[in-house]
Design a protein around this ligand. Structure first.
Ligand SMILES: *[C@@H]1O[C@H](CO)[C@@H](O)[C@H](O)[C@H]1NC(C)=O
Ligand SMILES: *[C@@H]1O[C@H](CO)[C@@H](O)[C@H](O)[C@H]1NC(C)=O
Ligand SMILES: *[C@@H]1O[C@H](CO)[C@@H](O)[C@H](O)[C@H]1NC(C)=O
Ligand SMILES: *[C@@H]1O[C@H](CO)[C@@H](O)[C@H](O)[C@H]1NC(C)=O
Ligand SMILES: *[C@@H]1O[C@H](CO)[C@@H](O)[C@H](O)[C@H]1NC(C)=O
Ligand SMILES: *[C@@H]1O[C@H](CO)[C@@H](O)[C@H](O)[C@H]1NC(C)=O
Ligand SMILES: *[C@@H]1O[C@H](CO)[C@@H](O)[C@H](O)[C@H]1NC(C)=O
Length: 624
């Protein structure tokens, strides 16, 4: 009977409902007894006492006159009335409308709940103060969750006595200091350790190698320094390791290759150096590998071809050299390759054509040479291909590119010449970057057929034509960069293009360094396609007339650069006082009159070269 009663007393409502029948049968004795041990009750009431705010009423039921085992939410007792679980975690906004929180500090007296196995006070958002060292007395504790609060101070060394601990989550707090080495020496049952999102510093103690049961290790986003301990290789059960966003230095230890159960390895955004150890071939289970944003050198070991389960290889922003190993072509499960901004040389291996599941191939910003192997045309799942900024010497986009079904094609500075190939008209591209090449000729009428374009960058080429009327059909286009060409004619076609709500309104337009002429229409700022515009760059053209007042309607505009045109008249107050305006330049025009009073900090140089302009930050006007 006691067993039944104890079940009723748990906070778990489902179970309580199931046992409702028994509840009524035995309700007489239920009311009569107070199972809760007085020491446990006193400790819990002291905890409540140190909570300064409980807006979600999580501790509403915790009253001195009731039985903590029977009627307190979040408390579970064993058969002898000792509290074993304290679980008042905050709920998240995703599953529940109410986003719970609680303010206050952690009572050291919680350590008096000597039979405690589970302490879950996670995601209460506002628990403050230190982790009481007294918690080291909770020798039966198996689960300790204090993550997502505002707990400060360091991790008490006394936690080393929590010999039974299986999961420890202290992530997303404001913990600082070093991690005491003894903690790792004794917690041999620990399988999950979450310390991410704190301000922990100093080295990862090499005693981490003693945590032989560890499956998850997450120290993401702290200030850990020093190298990754060689002893990591002892942790044969590891499945998930996240070292990213720290200040780790030194080499990736050779021993890492022994982690045959490792599924995920993130060590990006550190200062790791040296080369990727050939031993990584031992990571048979690895699916996700992110080593980006370090200073890794040397070439990728050919043994990488043994990572049979790999899906994502993210090595960008390092100093990796040598040829891309052809063995990568064996990794049939690969979906994403991000190798941008390294120093890879040689050709793209033809074996890459075997990567039938590849969706992203980003080899941009390397030293790769051409030609591109036609086998790449076999990558029928490919969605994004970025080969920009490589000395590929392409001359023209190979014709077989039309067999690809990519949505993003980026070939900036790859040696392209001549005219745009007409097959682009029937592609489904949403991003096209052919900037920084030597493309010439007209912007063809069929550009208007590329109706899925949302980003078009043809800057730094030698196009010379006006913008065809069909351009208006690009009703999804949001970012347009045509700077540094010889485009001419008016701006009207560009600025008044069609759009498809809620998409297709411009975010940025850069038409600088061209031969655009004529004047901007007075009503231009009222164009619906410009309503969300953030960046407008028209400098170094041949624009005439005045700056339309209506540009003052573009409330999101942060950058407006109109320098080096033939603009005349006054600067409209409405424009200069745009709320978001940060970057403004009208130097080198024929503007006149007083510069309107404005709040944005705009340097003098932004107004220079307009003989008729006066007033701050230029010298004062004569007749004032
Ligand atoms: C908590 O435990 C300490 C000893 O560990 C004891 O002195 C104290 O009285 C206990 N407090 C309560 C409220 O039971
Ligand atoms: C205490 O919590 C653990 C972990 O959630 C659970 O397995 C156990 O059944 C709970 N104990 C009681 C008495 O509710
Ligand atoms: C635009 O994209 C959609 C969805 O990806 C596709 O169904 C459609 O055919 C594309 N249109 C053009 C003109 O490529
Ligand atoms: C277009 O390409 C140029 C040169 O590659 C680059 O500098 C510029 O940032 C790109 N424009 C946009 C809007 O991304
Ligand atoms: C562009 O689209 C029009 C209308 O659908 C079509 O007649 C024309 O052939 C297309 N142009 C190209 C180059 O595909
Ligand atoms: C593109 O625009 C032109 C004129 O602006 C129009 O006549 C034509 O029907 C449009 N083509 C498509 C495919 O929408
Ligand atoms: C400049 O800022 C002040 C204080 O925020 C405000 O009162 C004033 O109206 C602003 N001036 C202009 C011209 O926006």
């Amino acid at each position: 009977m006691t067993k039944v009663l104890n079940h009723i007393c748990t906070w778990c409502q489902r179970r309580a409902l199931l046992l409702m029948f028994s509840f009524f049968l035995f309700s007489a004795s239920f009311l009569a007894s107070d199972a809760c041990h007085p020491a446990d009750k006193a400790a819990l009431l002291d905890f409540k006492n140190k909570i300064t705010s409980d807006p979600s009423k999580l501790l509403h039921t915790w009253t001195p006159t009731t039985d903590c085992c029977k009627s307190w939410q979040g408390i579970a007792c064993d058969t002898s009335g000792r509290v074993v679980n304290v679980s008042r975690s905050g709920l998240t906004g995703d599953d529940f409308i109410l986003d719970t929180s609680m303010s206050g500090t952690l009572s050291p007296l919680l350590a008096n709940i000597s039979y405690l196995q589970l302490l879950d006070l996670s995601n209460l958002k506002d628990l403050q103060g230190h982790i009481p060292p007294e918690f080291g007395k909770l020798s039966r504790l198996t689960l300790l969750f204090l993550d997502s609060n505002k707990i400060t101070g360091s991790i008490p060394v006394a936690l080393r006595y929590l010999y039974k601990l299986k999961k420890l989550y202290l992530s997303d707090n404001q913990l600082s200091g070093t991690v005491p080495s003894p903690i790792f020496e004794s917690l041999t049952l620990l399988s999950e350790l979450g310390l991410s999102g704190n301000r922990l510093s100093g080295p990862i103690p090499s005693s981490i190698g003693k945590l032989v049961s560890l499956t998850k290790l997450d120290i993401f986003q702290n200030s850990f320094s020093g190298s990754i301990p060689e002893s990591l290789g002892n942790l044969k059960d590891l499945e998930y390791v996240d070292f990213s966003y720290n200040q780790l230095t030194g080499k990736i230890p050779e021993s890492i290759g022994g982690l045959s159960n490792l599924v995920l390895l993130y060590a990006n955004h550190n200062q790791l150096s040296g080369s990727i150890p050939p031993s990584i071939s031992g990571l048979y289970s690895l699916q996700f590998c992110r080593l980006s944003d370090n200073t890794l050198t040397g070439s990728i070991p050919a043994s990488i071809g043994n990572l049979r389960n790999i899906q994502r290889l993210i090595f960008e922003n390092n100093r990796l050299t040598g040829k891309l190993p052809a063995t990568i072509g064996h990794l049939a499960g690969l979906t994403d390759i991000f190798f941008s901004n390294n120093i890879f040389t040689g050709k793209i291996p033809s074996s890459f054509g075997n990567l039938r599941n590849l969706q992203t191939l980003d080899l941009s910003r390397n030293q790769l040479s051409g030609p591109i192997p036609p086998q790449v045309a076999q990558l029928q799942r490919l969605q994004s291909l970025d080969l920009s900024f490589n000395p590929l010497g392409l001359v023209s986009i190979p014709n077989w590119f039309q067999e690809l079904k990519v949505f993003r094609l980026l070939l900036a500075k790859t040696g392209l010449q001549g005219q745009l190939p007409q097959w682009l008209a029937s592609s489904s591209l949403s991003t096209l970057d052919l900037s920084d090449n030597a493309l010439t000729g007209k912007l063809p009428n069929w550009i208007g057929n590329m109706t899925n374009l949302s980003y078009l960058n043809l800057s730094k080429n030698a196009f010379h034509s006006s913008i065809p009327e069909e351009f208006k059909n690009l009703s999804l286009l949001m970012d347009l960069d045509l700077h540094s060409n010889k485009f001419s004619g008016g701006l009207k076609t560009i600025l008044s293009k069609h759009f498809q709500d809620p998409l297709g309104r411009y975010n940025s337009i850069d038409l600088s360094y061209n031969l655009f002429g004529g004047s901007m229409e007075e009503a231009i700022g009222g164009e619906p396609s410009l309503a969300s515009l953030v960046i407008l760059i028209l400098s170094h053209n041949r624009l005439e007339g005045s700056i339309p007042k209506s540009l003052g309607k573009l409330s999101g505009l942060m950058t407006l650069l109109l320098s080096h045109n033939y603009l005349s008249g006054e600067i409209p107050e409405e424009v200069l006082n745009l709320k978001s305006l940060q970057d403004f330049d009208v130097a080198g025009n024929k503007l006149s009159g007083r510069i309107p009073a404005h709040n944005a900090t705009i340097p003098k140089t932004a107004f220079l070269g307009n003989p008729g302009l006066c007033g701050a930050p230029l010298p004062p006007c004569k007749h004032s």
